[in-house]
Design a protein around this ligand. Structure first.
Ligand code: GDP
Ligand code: MG
Length: 177
């Protein structure tokens, strides 16, 4: 309620996509509420959280949408992508399969979302380095080829979460302002 009555200069819709259990919901709670829970159940119902921040002296409200656990059924709908100006495409660095599916998610995103959408490839669970199944270089190369931003994060340890969202929001701001 802190931003009640606050003048908002921009509202940016960001979508979280990627396979189930890669940590999308935890990344969102870490960013929006600085919270993390180890036994997060699958998200129920389409929902979003907002976070207001200041970029270049402007008040920007990020409206971040989380999949409703629909990723399991490949049922993320067109409505989910509508109006999105940014996307966090998340995989789990300890599960190769979730990285192998990134190309599919990207295809889906490019089919449904705005052409100018700003995309961050996010390798989450960097705290589990000993279980790593996706070399950083593989993801970096993929991101470079596909023109995506790239970062490895840990929602658990709050590593790079803020900066990942901020990078996307700042780039969107740069494009629209
Ligand atoms: P989602 O299905 O993509 O929304 O994934 P969740 O956010 O529900 O997370 C799935 C599981 O991974 C949960 O047990 C989380 O506690 C765990 N998890 C999420 N992020 C991290 C992380 O950065 N590190 C570790 N070790 N576990 C995480
Ligand atoms: Mg979830």
């Amino acid at each position: 309620y802190g931003d009640f009555n606050q003048k908002i200069d921009y509202v940016f819709k960001i979508v979280l996509i990627g396979d189930s259990a890669v940590g999308k919901s935890q990344l969102l709670s870490r960013f929006a509420r600085n919270d993390f829970s180890l036994d997060s159940r699958a998200t129920i119902g389409v929902e979003f959280q907002t976070k207001t921040l200041v970029i270049d002296h402007k008040t920007v409200k990020a409206q971040i949408w989380d999949t409703a656990g629909q990723e399991r059924y490949r049922a993320v709908t067109t409505a989910y992508y509508r109006g999105a100006v940014g996307a966090m495409l998340v995989y789990d660095i300890t599960k190769r399969q979730t990285f192998d599916h990134v190309a599919k998610w990207l295809e889906e995103l490019r089919a449904h979302a705005d052409n100018n959408i700003v995309i961050m490839l996010v390798g989450n669970k960097s705290d589990l380095g000993t279980l790593r199944d996706v070399p950083t270089e593989d993801a970096k190369d993929f991101a470079q080829r596909e023109n995506l931003f790239f970062m490895e994060t840990s929602a658990l340890e709050a590593t790079n979460v803020e900066i990942a969202f901020q990078t996307v929001l700042t780039e969107i701001y740069r494009i629209v302002s």
